[in-house]
Structure formats: structure tokens, C-alpha cells
Ligand binder design. Structure first.
Ligand code: NAP
Length: 256
């Protein structure tokens, strides 16, 4: 029997923001597919609990505490992973923050702060990972963007779509540069998921129903429903897919 095309046995995967929310679900699924996952976040206790849950289910997981928007921290952490495991096969650059303010209400510092986390951080992470992947002549880089920015936008939320659209441009440019090295670069663009960062909106009767109604499936996504996209893009099943956004949004962007 040839290995299953989604099999990730022997692969080393770094997932930023992997301690909870969509990052944790993606890390859990990568581990279930056989990868050794390194969970990143800024809170050791959260990461330890997440890694223990993955190990408890039979997976291989460890933690890497660093700020995924800090250039020095990124380089040191990626170097440490490559030193410890001799390789880095998959990067899921998942960390992102949101500041729901309109263009007139955002201070310059707020715009810069969001762009640092949502665009500059993933840019630098991907570059650090690519330096290792080029040596292996293979690798998978996946940015977690959003439908907001690359595809759609609304008033009162200006900086986040700007950064996520920028990250989509970086994804395409990196894919072009890294393709000759056997490295694919793609994005997962989620719609509304019931994670901690969205719980207030999901629980609000009016906003929860409005957002559910925008999807073709008439509901919010459960965090675990992001996981298949990550395993797919990280695996050999997606070996000829690069510079693409995989939209996981229950159909919002295709409806009107
Ligand atoms: N949830 C949705 O519906 C949705 C929709 C579209 C796009 N997205 C995107 O999907 C990604 C994940 O969203 P989520 O809702 O799962 O997020 P979340 O629940 O807020 O989880 C964020 C995780 O990232 C970590 N984190 C935050 N800032 C960090 C930093 N600077 N460095 C390292 N770790 C950091 C947090 O841990 P610590 O605070 O302990 O560091 C936490 O574990 C984001 O890029 C978001 O924009 C989400």
C-alpha cells in the first residue's frame, strides 16, 4: 500500500497561535495525521494544556513560547525548531488580531500595531521558515487570512481587512519565489467561526443570527471545521496547489 496522501508522518509543523481557537484545531488535526506539532503562543500554561491534550490523544506535540509579531523572537524560535528536529516541514502562520474600528476612528498606532501582528509577523515567520525549507527543497507554508480583506469588507472594520489582503498578496509573491525550491505557499481564508475571539458576537442573538444567515449553511463554523483545510494544504495531496486561498466560510463569499 502507498501512504495515504494526507499522511503527515515524520513531518514537523509549527502552528502559531496553536494553544486555542482555530490554531489548536489545526494543530490537533496535523498531529492526528502523523505530524509532530510545535504549538506557539505567548502563554506557556495554555500551550502546555493544549500540547498535553494532543499527546493524550496519541499525538506528538511540544510548545514554543514567543510573540509571533516579534522579529527577533521569530528567528530564534524557528532556528530552535530546526536545530532540535533537523527540519521544518510545515508552517501554519495563524496568529491574527482584529480591531473593529472604522477608518476615521483608528489611530496611526492602532493601524501599525495591527499590521505588525497580522502582516509583518506572518511575513517574517514565513521567511524564517523558508530559509530552513529551502535547505530541504520542500515545505508547506499556510497563512491564515480571512474572507474580510482578500474577498469582502464592511464599514467599521478597516485595519484588519487591509492587513489580511496584504498578507494574501505576500502569499502569492512568496509562492512565486519559493516554488522553484519545492515549497508551496497558500492561505486558508476562514469565515465566521465560534472561537473565543468571536464568542461575544456569536452569542449575541441579533449578530449571531445575522452572520449565520449570511452563510449558505445558515450557521457559524465550529472551530474543528477548519482542520481539514490545514491537513490538506500541508500534505502531499496538495503538492501542485500553490498561491491559492482556500475559503472555508460556509458559502458567504459565493452568495448574494
Ligand atoms: N475566528 C474566526 O471566525 C476567524 C475568521 C476569520 C479569520 N480568522 C483568523 O484566524 C486566526 C485565528 O483566529 P482565532 O479566532 O482562532 O483566534 P483566537 O481564538 O483569538 O486565538 C488566538 C491564539 O493566538 C495566540 N496569540 C495571539 N497573539 C499572539 C502573538 N502575538 N504571538 C503568539 N501567539 C499569539 C493566543 O494565545 P496567547 O494570547 O496566549 O498568546 C491564542 O492562542 C486569526 O488570524 C484570525 O484573524 C478567524
Amino acid at each position: 500500500m502507498t501512504p495515504h496522501p494526507f499522511d503527515l508522518t515524520g513531518r514537523v509543523a509549527l502552528v502559531t497561535g496553536g494553544g486555542r481557537g482555530l490554531g489548536f484545531e489545526m494543530a490537533k488535526a496535523l498531529a492526528a495525521a502523523g505530524a509532530r506539532v510545535i504549538l506557539n503562543g505567548r502563554t506557556a500554561a495554555t500551550l502546555e494544556a493544549a500540547a498535553a491534550a494532543i499527546r493524550g490523544a496519541g499525538g506528538q506535540a511540544e510548545i514554543a513560547v514567543f510573540d509571533a509579531s516579534d522579529a527577533a523572537g521569530i528567528d530564534a524560535a524557528v532556528d530552535a525548531v530546526a536545530r532540535r528536529h533537523g527540519r521544518l516541514d510545515v508552517l501554519i502562520a495563524n496568529v491574527g488580531q482584529r480591531n473593529r474600528k472604522g477608518m476615521m476612528d483608528l489611530s496611526a498606532a492602532e493601524v501599525r500595531g495591527l499590521v505588525e501582528t497580522d502582516l509583518v509577523g506572518p511575513f517574517l515567520l514565513a521567511r524564517a521558515a523558508a530559509r530552513k525549507m529551502i535547505l530541504q527543497a520542500r515545505g508547506r507554508i499556510v497563512f491564515v487570512t480571512s474572507i474580510a480583506g482578500p474577498f469582502i469588507a464592511r464599514g467599521g472594520d478597516a485595519a484588519y481587512p487591509a492587513a489580511k489582503a496584504g498578507l494574501t498578496g505576500a502569499m502569492r509573491a512568496f509562492a512565486a519565489e519559493l516554488g522553484p525550491h519545492g515549497i508551496t505557499v497558500n492561505a486558508i481564508a476562514p469565515g465566521p467561526f465560534k472561537t473565543d475571539s468571536n464568542s461575544t458576537r456569536a452569542m449575541d442573538p441579533a449578530e449571531g443570527a445575522r452572520m449565520a444567515g449570511r452563510t449558505m449553511l445558515k450557521r457559524w463554523g465550529e472551530p474543528a471545521e477548519i482542520a481539514g483545510a490545514a491537513v490538506f494544504l500541508a500534505s502531499d495531496a496538495a503538492s501542485f496547489i500553490t498561491a491559492q486561498s482556500l475559503v472555508v466560510d460556509g458559502g458567504i463569499t459565493a452568495s448574494f
